[in-house]
Design a protein around this ligand. Structure first.
Ligand SMILES: [Zn+2]
Ligand SMILES: [Zn+2]
Length: 248
């Protein structure tokens, strides 16, 4: 009975059948409870100033040899333990009710870790010391086919919540994914890069705008960089990537 219900309403039933409980301690109520949030593994300094590759001071060798087309990627957490669980739940287990909590964590991070201005970046001031104002936040889009299969875009859910919490305008329609590429898991950085290059298009004039692109996880930064290329081709002046977690 439950199984047939699930197959008939796969997008809606999981949130409904399982009340939210903390992914760390199991306490009912919130997806990550107040007590457990401080125990999540943060992405802490040092990390690459561009791609947030953990353990690198300055700019990592990948970014030095093959620069990403964005101003920098930041993430509050490392993609491991309960954070990995939380992302999987949001992405593959249909636990869409997890998004508001994760969006709140992103908003709190952004509040204390603003994206630095280019001048600050170029004069090597410590990260997050000279903030640049943000005009727009945009979720990393899914290809229409993937969106149909999953029923929702987890990055968009995160971005909606972040936009509301941080009071930054949201744009969910200008950036679109025009090329579908298969799963990137296990692919080398070079392959990821060439797989996603040219995958996104932006038809809205973004002249002079400072934009944050949001995704759930950043691995090599290839997807966020391809998003940034499309936004910069449309005139965006600064494009930053923000992910909930950075894969080490
Ligand atoms: Zn907990
Ligand atoms: Zn790097």
């Amino acid at each position: 009975m439950i199984k047939s219900l699930l197959s008939r309403f796969p997008r809606y039933t999981l949130d409904f059948l399982f009340p939210l409980s903390c992914v760390v301690c199991g306490k009912e109520g919130k997806f990550i409870c107040e007590g457990c949030e401080p125990a999540l593994t943060r992405l802490s300094q040092p990390y690459c100033r561009v791609c947030a590759n953990p353990g690198t001071r300055g700019i990592c060798r990948w970014c030095f040899n093959d620069p990403l087309n964005l101003d920098g990627i930041r993430a509050p957490y490392l993609f491991e333990g309960p954070v990995r669980e939380a992302v999987y739940s949001l992405k593959y287990r249909g636990v869409r009710a997890a998004a508001p909590e994760m969006g709140r964590l992103l908003a709190r991070y952004l509040d204390t870790h603003p994206f630095e201005s280019r001048a600050a970046f170029e004069s090597h001031l410590p990260p997050h010391t000279a903030a640049t104002p943000v005009d727009l936040i945009v979720p990393a889009p899914l290809h229409a086919r993937r969106l149909r299969d999953r029923g929702y875009n987890q990055a968009e859910l995160l971005t909606r919540s972040l936009s509301k919490e941080a009071g930054i305008p949201l744009d969910t329609s200008s950036l679109v994914r025009v090329k579908h590429s298969g799963p990137q898991v296990g692919e080398s950085r070079e392959r990821r890069r060439s797989n996603v290059d040219g995958s996104f298009r932006c038809d809205t004039d973004m002249t002079g705008k400072s934009v944050i692109v949001v995704d759930d996880v950043a691995t090599t930064g290839s997807t966020l960089s391809a998003c940034a290329s499309a936004l910069k081709n449309s005139g965006a002046s600064d494009v930053w990537g923000l992910a909930l977690a950075r894969e080490a």
